[in-house]
Design a protein around this ligand. Structure first.
Ligand SMILES: *Cc1c(COP(=O)(O)O)cnc(C)c1O
Length: 381
């Protein structure tokens, strides 16, 4: 029998029917007044959602391009940047910054842990930094950085811009640029917004836009905020073709988030993740991230003794579920499951039951229903 495959990797995440409907629409011209109004609406909604006092840029590209855009518009060759890395995606900023000729200092946590706000404060006091980068949720470890506390630290360093990678967080974990003192936030459509890949969003605070202005001409072209600014202020203008259907899809995602309420959505993610962790523990799987630092958008789960990664993930595929493998030193030792965006309790029950059957195939036999039972019990509390 041909089964639907439930996509439970940490992005792309399953796309809700109403969002799919937007992507299936006949395209419109980018100058069509109907599309211009929709694009304007998306820019405004995203800005309001994250409480951005500057400019919001929803553009065609992936999260990695958004990371480049953040660095390109806030730094210039020779500047010092502090990269706070809690895993693979934190490290990606090192390459981006070194490629641009920046002086890069790195504060790195053991995988499963996070760099403390105190350590960041101590480093910032050493010398002037143009910017600090932090991944809100590092998708290689499912560690959630304390971005609000780091924001408090940043208040003492007004000349250092606070850049947050929200690619696996924004729309799932709660974020508020104004309250958390974030200067540049970035995300991509395929993670907690639950849209197909292809659109990214960069939010730049008023302070970040001032920095961009102070830089004058920059070498980058497509990601230059000043080339996009006239379009963001009047989407009837052209610089490069917007991803028309993804703009609509993202707008529908914003409507879904607004209808639930961002805080309620984040609380739902947190409750679901805690319940899922109880379910995984009941099946003998342990969570990599330290308690208190666990993301609610995905989990990294270490195998019990004797379970082979390749065999487990192949069995899971047979059960209709796809998850991601571990990265770095954790390749072969764990798997990563996304549980963000518009997935619901039914999806989670299916996912936990499939994990249980795959574990049984691999010789680790949890009691039938153990994971689902623990998950549902935790949800009910
Ligand atoms: C997925 C991800 C990225 C990269 O996004 P792409 O859309 O794959 O380019 C960057 N940072 C984090 C935290 C991510 O989860």
């Amino acid at each position: 029998m041909q089964m639907e495959r439930l996509v439970m990797i940490p992005g792309p995440t399953p796309v809700a029917p109403s969002i799919r409907g937007q992507m299936a629409r006949q395209v419109q011209a980018f100058g069509d007044p109907r599309f211009v109004a929709d694009y304007r609406c998306l820019i405004d909604e995203l800005g309001t959602l994250l409480r951005c006092d500057g400019q919001t840029f929803p553009l065609a590209g992936t999260g990695t391009l958004a990371m480049e855009m953040a660095i390109a518009n806030t730094t210039t060759r020779g500047n010092a940047v502090l990269v706070v890395s809690n895993g693979f995606f934190g490290d990606r900023f090192i390459d981006i910054c070194e490629g641009k000729g920046l002086v890069v200092d790195v504060l790195r946590a053991e995988w499963g842990d996070a760099v403390s706000p105190a350590a960041i404060a101590a480093q910032l006091a050493q010398k002037p930094y143009a910017a600090v980068t932090v991944s809100h949720v590092d998708t290689s470890t499912a560690v959630c950085a304390p971005i609000a506390e780091i924001g408090e630290v940043m208040k003492d360093f007004p000349d250092t811009l606070y850049i947050v990678d929200g690619v696996a967080a924004t729309g799932g974990e709660f974020e508020d640029m104004a309250a958390m003192h974030i200067d540049v936030l970035l995300t991509a459509s395929q993670k907690a917004f639950g849209v197909s890949p292809g659109l990214f969003v960069v939010w730049a605070s008023a302070a970040a836009m001032q920095r961009r202005a102070a830089l004058g001409t920059i070498p980058e072209y497509y990601v230059d905020m000043h080339r996009w600014l006239p379009v963001m202020q009047d989407p009837a203008k052209y610089f490069a073709t917007p991803a028309i259907n993804l703009v609509w899809a993202m707008l529908e995602s914003c409507r879904i988030i607004a209808a639930e309420g961002y805080q309620a959505r984040a609380a739902r993610h947190a409750k679901n993740a805690a319940a899922a962790h109880a379910g995984f523990a009941a099946m003998g799987l342990s969570v990599l991230a330290r308690a208190g630092l666990r993301a609610s958008t995905l989990s990294c789960l270490l195998y019990p003794e004797g379970v082979d990664d390749a065999r487990f993930r192949a069995s899971l595929l047979d059960e209709g579920l796809i998850v991601a493998g571990g990265l770095g030193a954790y390749a072969g030792r764990m798997f990563r499951m996304g549980h963000m965006g518009n997935i619901d309790t039914n999806d989670m029950v299916v996912a936990l039951a499939a994990v249980e059957r795959a574990l049984a195939t691999c010789g680790a036999a949890p009691a039938p229903g153990a994971g689902v039972g623990a998950y549902l019990a935790a949800l009910a509390t």
